[in-house]
Design a protein around this ligand. Structure first.
Ligand code: SF4
Length: 328
């Protein structure tokens, strides 16, 4: 957790107040960290318990309101945008053992040339995984990111640049959940084996991706005759895509339909209960919302590329190769 770095920054800046922000998986360390920082540096700590999804979700406004001199954001790599207050991104590397799950995943890989990908928590272990797999005969490639991710092989749900042009036959993703490996499968069209070091589970995402694409297409069909669209702009630190939202609005209006720009911080179904005339939502904030939360909304929730298909600007064949990309 790099507490020494935080303490030395507190001392260097003579900070009197610090806001601590954690993703769900790390919040159980908050009390211990708060106590240690307060007792050793005399700083006053505030613990944010609001949801925290990524480096995009920085609690800078809360830090400003509480007149914090410093913000410590745990669990994510630095976001490429300057925060309004001094911020430390504490990446929190996982020390969970991954060798067994990697060897288990190797049994499902049936190509020689394999690309590796992971989230920041395991990025420091990719070279070891590469060596392990090369010892048993695979040729392993690890791509360099060119967007918001920072480390070789690292991906974010909204930055798949480290895998998108890698010349490999299959991918091995190391990390929890299915959102990130689904993104790799969508962006590359290649088979992805996901190895979860926490549960020890290994899955081939081929069937899941087929089901996902069918569901996504069904949403487009359901929304095809809609006349009133909500273009949702996220107000979180790294999720404001105003130009994209305006472009989308113009596209909708160019087809003689109505579009409204809607702003939200947490984009959840309850936020839209009062806007019953809206028939479709296009999310410009974060692709995770569409994939993981979309099914809980009463109306279709789609990505900008899916809107292209709905309005006839792009074919499904073309858009389905890169559904989560927010370029239009
Ligand atoms: S995928 Fe969403 S939550 Fe993750 S970094 Fe990108 S905008 Fe943030």
């Amino acid at each position: 957790m790099e507490l020494d770095r935080i303490k030395s920054e507190i001392k260097k800046r003579h900070a009197r107040r610090i806001l601590l922000q954690f993703p769900e998986g790390l919040i159980n360390s908050a009390l211990k960290i708060s106590k240690e920082l307060e007792s050793e540096t005399g700083v006053e700590t505030f613990i944010s318990v609001d949801p925290c999804w990524g480096g995009c979700d920085l609690a800078e406004n809360e830090a400003l309101k509480f007149r914090a001199d410093l913000l410590a954001h745990f669990g994510h790599s630095p976001w490429p945008k300057k925060p309004k207050i001094p911020t430390l991104f504490i990446e929190a590397r996982s020390d969970v053992e991954i060798k067994d799950v990697v060897l288990k995943a190797a049994n499902l890989l049936n190509a020689r040339k394999v690309g590796l990908a992971t989230t920041v928590q395991h990025a420091h272990k990719l070279d070891d995984v590469k060596n392990l797999l090369e010892e048993i005969g695979f040729k392993i490639l690890i791509g360099k990111p060119s967007g918001k991710a920072k480390y070789a092989g690292q991906i974010l749900g909204c930055d798949l640049s480290s895998v998108s042009n890698l010349d490999v036959d299959q991918f091995l993703f190391i990390g929890g959940g299915t959102f990130h490996p689904l993104g790799i499968a969508l962006a590359t069209g290649k088979i992805v084996i996901a190895a979860d070091p926490y549960s020890g589970k290994v899955i081939n995402l081929e069937e899941m991706i087929k089901r996902l694409l069918m569901q996504r297409y069904a949403h487009i069909v359901k929304a095809r005759d809609a006349t009133r669209f909500g273009v949702v702009i996220g107000s979180k630190f790294g999720q404001i895509n105003l130009e994209l939202a305006r472009k989308i609005r113009n596209k909708i209006e160019s087809k003689g339909r109505e579009a409204y720009l809607i702003v939200a911080d947490e984009i959840t179904p309850e936020r839209f209960y009062g806007l019953e005339d809206i028939e479709v939502l296009i999310i410009t904030a974060c692709p995770r919302i569409v994939i993981e939360e979309g099914p809980q909304f009463r109306i279709p929730v789609i990505t900008p590329r899916e809107l292209n298909v709905l309005l006839g600007f792009e074919s499904w064949e073309s858009a389905s190769k890169d559904l989560l990309q927010y370029k239009l």
